[in-house]
Structures are given as C-alpha cells and as structure tokens.
Design a protein around this ligand. Structure first.
Ligand SMILES: Nc1ncnc2c1ncn2[C@@H]1O[C@H](COP(=O)(O)OP(=O)(O)OP(=O)(O)O)[C@@H](O)[C@H]1O
Ligand SMILES: Nc1ncnc2c1ncn2[C@@H]1O[C@H](COP(=O)(O)OP(=O)(O)OP(=O)(O)O)[C@@H](O)[C@H]1O
Ligand SMILES: [Mg+2]
Ligand SMILES: [Mg+2]
Lengths: 224, 224
C-alpha cells in the first residue's frame, strides 16, 4: 500500500544543509495501525507530509497504492491524494472565513457529493467529534481543541483509505482525546489504514506498530 | 497582584449567547505558581486572554497591579501589559516573515533595548529552549514544537513579572516538555508569577495551586 525506499528530505539553508529525513525505509500495509514518535524536530511531520503527498522527497522513492508518486503529474497526484488520504494537520489548517460545517464539507465538494448529502455528512462527522452545537462557528470563534476536532471531522468526511493524523489529540484534554482515539480506532477496525504521530507514549502503546524517529532517521521499530 | 471579581465573557451569536466564562472570582498573588485545567472549550484560553489584557470581560471587574484594567486607555493598557506580562499563546502567533531570533527580539524593541543587547538577549533565550541552531529559520522552516519554543523564548525575553503560558508543552515530546517546565519553574523560584494552562494532569500536579474550569466556571480549586 505505502512503500518508502531510502527516502530523504534535505533543505539547503545558505551553506548549511538541514536533513529533515534520511534513509527512511518503510512499508505500510492496508489496514495497519502505526504510531510515529520522536523528539521535537526529529522529522515526524516531514515524514507525514511526504506520505500524504503534500511534500516531495529529495532522495529515494515513494510508492502509494502502486503509483510511483514522483512520476505523477500535479493534477493526477491531487486526484490520488484526495481519493485515498485524509490528513489531520499539526496546525489544523482550517479556512478562517468558513464555518466549522463548511470546512468539513470542503473535501466532499471535491468528491462531487450533492449539497444535501454534504450537509448531512458534515453534521454527522461534527456530532461524532462532539461539536454539534458549534457547527456555525468560524475557527476564530472556537477553542484550540474545538478547531482540532473540526480538522479531524474534515479528514474523516470522505472515509479515506488512509488516515494520517499529526498529533490529533495534542490540543485536547485527556477525556476528549480518548474519545477521539476510540473513533479513529473504530475506523481502523473497519479497514482504514491509521498512521498517527503522537508525543504521548501511552497513546503510542495502543498502536499495533510503533516507529521511533531521531534526527530524521528511524532508530527503533516495534511490532505488537 | 491579579484580582478577578465576578468576571464573565459572553458572545452573542444571532439569537444564542455563548458564555465562555461566568462568575469567575480569582485572586493571584505575586510569585504564585498556578495551573488551570479543564475540558476542551471550558474557557481556559478566554480566562488567560482576559488576565493577559488581550481581551476584555463583558461582566465583572479585573484589577492588575492596582490598575482597574477596564478603565485604562488603549495605549496605557498596552504599556502596562508590555511591562508586566509575557504570554505564550496556544497558537504561538509568530510573525511569519521574521526569523526565530527576530521574533524573540520584537518585545525587546518595544522595551527600548539597544540593538546589540537585543541580539545577545534573544540568542541567550533561544539557547535556553534548545534552538541555538535554528535562530535564522522562519516559522515555516521550523517544526511545530520548535515554533512553540520560539514563542516561549519570546515571552521570557523581557523577564516579565507575570508569565501566562497557554499549553506551553502541548507540541513538545515528554523530554523537551520537562526541560521547558524546569525553565519556567526556575523563573517562578526567582519571583515570576507563573500561570499555565495545561491538559496534562501530571504537569498540573507540579503547580502550587490548581484551578479547574468547566463550562466557563471554576468548579474546583486545590492548594498544595
Ligand atoms: N469569538 C467567539 N465567539 C463565540 N464563541 C466563542 C468565541 N471564542 C470562544 N468561544 C467559545 O468559548 C468557549 C471557551 O473557549 P476557550 O478557547 O476559552 O476554551 P479552552 O478551554 O481554551 O479550550 P481548549 O482546551 O480546546 O483550548 C468555547 O466553547 C468556544 O467555542
Ligand atoms: N522548510 C524548512 N527549511 C529548513 N528546515 C526545515 C524546514 N522544515 C522543517 N525543517 C527542519 O526539519 C526538521 C524536522 O521537522 P519536522 O516538522 O518534521 O519535525 P517534527 O518531528 O514534526 O517536530 P515536532 O514534534 O516539533 O512537531 C526540524 O529540525 C526543522 O527545523
Ligand atoms: Mg511536527
Ligand atoms: Mg484553549
């Protein structure tokens, strides 16, 4: 399903090179549940952005569902990504002028869903993350954790085959965070491939597989 | 030092009223170390923004260092705030076109510090949060946790009397988070009033006093 072969990401900063990722070899099968952990700056978000087709590797090869991603045109890449991947960003990335519900409907518009179906679907997703009475609020009228939950609802709206979640409970209290984890794990049980970045070792322990990054490299892998 | 008397914050949303805070009575003495906890959406950031003079209450009275805050002019309020308070925002709020070091220097420019003193001071602060080799990076060239640490360095740069930190370790791995906590606690030992919002119950237990919010109200207070 997902195959990274000697993948690296380097940034040139004047005379210095920052190696955000180096020599990553990783295979993820359909339906896997994987936690990615590691210190601040170790390359977790960089890895997620490459897997999610939001960024390109500078070294190595990335294959997604038999597509060699570097060979796809911009349009074709966007098509594959929108059809396959749901992404919860570390910084949420909501559109500030749209309400919570309109933000969740956005990927459904791209998926060609009818207006009334979109409306129903976005309401269902927002209810699932506990925001049924915040649907009309814009992002600046929501708390940090509420914005994070809108981002989660949006990522789940298209029932993606692969869900990438970059610290999906980072802004949530323990109780709300556990509700979200149960929601994500239910989806995994139903077949969604779940890859999540977390700083919380207790949450990482729930995954079936744990990958640890340090300085851009995989230094440890555990299968349960 | 800080005195909230029946403070409330209400938002009018069409025909509905959202009570983000209600009937908050709170006194904080100089040098206190307080943790504010509570579920997502319970009013923690709203409380911090009012205490930090970044937002105004719709009910009640807020007194800071003997100033009745609602009575201060916009300019005088900014003066008092810049002289007294350091703020780590839940969403960091860095200026995207400035480097990490320039972001940290900003409050020092307002404080009238000379260029060479600002340069030295910002480098010291960034070193203290472990970012000595990221000083020239702009926010979009930094990881989530690195941005958070720049926001912390910036808040500490003026050695404020009161430090308000809205989830200062939310984007950090456990190890880096504990280093930051020790840095903040050292400052508290030296006299800085420390008020921090956290979702982490273990971190909250380190404070000398814990305030729990639910639905905009203080429902529990513990002194250790
Ligand atoms: N501008 C606004 N208009 C309407 N409602 C608002 C506005 N700003 C905040 N709220 C509401 O006020 C409540 C408190 O928000 P606040 O940001 O203080 O919560 P919080 O405790 O910091 O939550 P979190 O832990 O998720 O960061 C939330 O329910 C939020 O939806
Ligand atoms: N555009 C860029 N230019 C230069 N360096 C960058 C750029 N983007 C990221 N980096 C660097 O790459 C490294 C990895 O960043 P990344 O965001 O993947 O870390 P992370 O593991 O997600 O960290 P965190 O836990 O703090 O979110 C960091 O040291 C960061 O400074
Ligand atoms: Mg990250
Ligand atoms: Mg908040």
């Amino acid at each position: 399903m997902i195959h990274l072969d000697m993948v690296g990401k380097a940034y040139q900063m004047g005379s210095e090179t920052v190696h955000a990722l180096r020599n990553v070899n990783l295979t993820i099968e359909s339906g896997d549940y994987i936690a990615v952990i590691g210190p601040s700056g170790s390359g977790k978000s960089t890895l997620m952005n490459i897997v999610g087709c939001l960024d390109t590797a500078t070294h190595g090869r990335y294959t997604l569902a038999d597509h060699e991603v570097a060979r796809l045109s911009g349009d074709r890449l966007a098509e594959v990504r929108n059809a396959t991947i749901g992404f919860v960003f570390q910084t949420f990335n909501l559109l500030p002028r749209l309400s919570a519900r309109e933000n969740v409907e956005l990927p459904l518009i791209y998926a060609g869903m009818s207006k009334s179906d979109r409306r129903k679907r976005s309401e269902v997703m927002l209810r699932r993350v506990g925001l049924e009475d915040r649907m009309r609020h814009k992002p600046n009228e929501l708390s940090g954790g509420q914005r994070q939950r809108v981002a989660i609802a949006r990522a789940l709206a298209t029932s993606p085959a692969v869900l990438l979640a970059d610290e999906p409970t980072g802004a949530l209290d323990t109780h709300t965070g556990l509700e979200i984890m149960r929601l994500l794990e239910d989806l995994n049980t139903e077949g969604t491939t779940l890859i999540l970045v977390t700083h919380d070792h207790e949450l990482a322990m729930r995954a079936h597989r744990e990958i640890r990054l340090r300085d851009g490299e995989i230094v440890h892998e555990e299968i349960r």
